[in-house]
Design a protein around this ligand. Sequence first.
Ligand SMILES: NC(=O)c1ccc[n+]([C@@H]2O[C@H](COP(=O)([O-])OP(=O)(O)OC[C@H]3O[C@@H](n4cnc5c(N)ncnc54)[C@H](O)[C@@H]3O)[C@@H](O)[C@H]2O)c1
Ligand SMILES: O=c1ccn([C@@H]2O[C@H](COP(=O)(O)OP(=O)(O)O[C@H]3O[C@H](CO)[C@@H](O)[C@H](O)[C@H]3O)[C@@H](O)[C@H]2O)c(=O)[nH]1
Length: 363
Amino acid sequence: MHVLVTGGAGYIGSHAVLLLLEAGHKVSVFDNLSNSSPESLRRVRDMSNSAPELFIGDLLDSDRLDSVLSQTKPDAVIHFGGLKAVGESVEKPISYYQNNVVGTLNLVSAMEKAGVKRLVFSSSATVYAESTQLPLVEDAQRAASNPYGRTKLHIEQILEDLAVSDSSWSIATLRYFNPVGAHPSGNIGEDPQGIPNNLMPFIAQVAVGRRSEVQVFGNDYPTYDGTGVRDYIHVMDLAQGHLDALDFLNTHTGQYVWNLGTGSGTSVLDVIGAFSRACGRQLPYKLVERRPGDIAEYYGDPTTARLELGWKAERGVEEMARDMWEWQSKNPAGYPDYDLDGISEEEINEFIRGSRATIAKQD
Ligand SMILES: NC(=O)c1ccc[n+]([C@@H]2O[C@H](COP(=O)([O-])OP(=O)(O)OC[C@H]3O[C@@H](n4cnc5c(N)ncnc54)[C@H](O)[C@@H]3O)[C@@H](O)[C@H]2O)c1
Ligand SMILES: O=c1ccn([C@@H]2O[C@H](COP(=O)(O)OP(=O)(O)O[C@H]3O[C@H](CO)[C@@H](O)[C@H](O)[C@H]3O)[C@@H](O)[C@H]2O)c(=O)[nH]1
């Protein structure tokens, strides 16, 4: 198949692009590189021995989307592109609604014009209303509590309406729980800008010496050790779920929703413990106040994905920590910073393909 991957240079997208190429698919990436580097795709090419083609473009530029879709005519689109920081979404709701909701509307409009009607969308467990009924099942009540979550909820509803309006669409909405870890080679991984918001990347930066200690946000939650409990999922398992969803969509029309999680929850203290074992030293931590807006505990029921897709998370928290440590210790400062000003898309693609040794690098 030929698959167009929006946001394919980013954290989860780059892992999915690698698996797609390894499975023999042709891959085009559409990304504005606002939160990613072409270095991830260069490394994906190194590992898979085949290069994705990068189209630098913004989901808000509908002309560009139309022309890339009509030029590439992919069999399917996997849509990772968008903004994802909860705190930032509270400060910049317009930007979040534009990039995520308007960006997705532009994408599906361009797909429709190009006659491409197979879509896998990155949703999030954040769309679930707070519930005491755990694990969360796909038809649990939805109610997002911040602008980021609301963008995902609105997009889910838009895609539902689209599938009802035209039965030739095949749409998979994948609700991710907490993606962590990296490819086991440590060549690609998560490279957050600034201070990481999420637990595992923060711990990884403590482990590598970039930060002094982990802050544990509250230890008086009604959970097994008082700290927050989440359903962490290895990014390689998550990426595989996209390939399985694509396979399913090849033979099914309509709109489907699947939880991608492990089905069990792990506490903050247990994640710190697993990472300490992975890096070989007890990582320092301090108990601080709860983070506003956090809930005590949630984890998903992945049974539907197992029954309908044959998908199941294979890796546990020890492997998530081990692979995250492999990435962080090999790349303590993340990917190198490239100044892409004045560098053409073709030059960046030459760099990804390996026919150009480097692109302008900032000191
Ligand atoms: N990482 C998580 O914890 C998590 C959890 C649930 C859902 N998701 C969703 O999964 C998807 C991928 O997440 P990720 O962690 O890989 O994030 P990421 O930021 O690493 O990747 C997103 C990619 O989209 C690109 N992008 C952003 N806005 C764009 C625009 N307007 N036009 C073109 N490209 C644009 C970025 O440059 C980046 O490469 C996102 O939609 C996110 O909301 C992530
Ligand atoms: O420095 C930190 C960071 C987090 N936590 C705790 O660790 C747990 C996990 O937090 P985090 O990694 O920030 O994940 P979530 O708050 O569960 O949110 C993530 O997972 C959701 C479900 O996929 C996504 O919707 C969100 O965008 C994404 O940020 C929570 O109990 C936090 O209170 C700490 O104790 N210290």
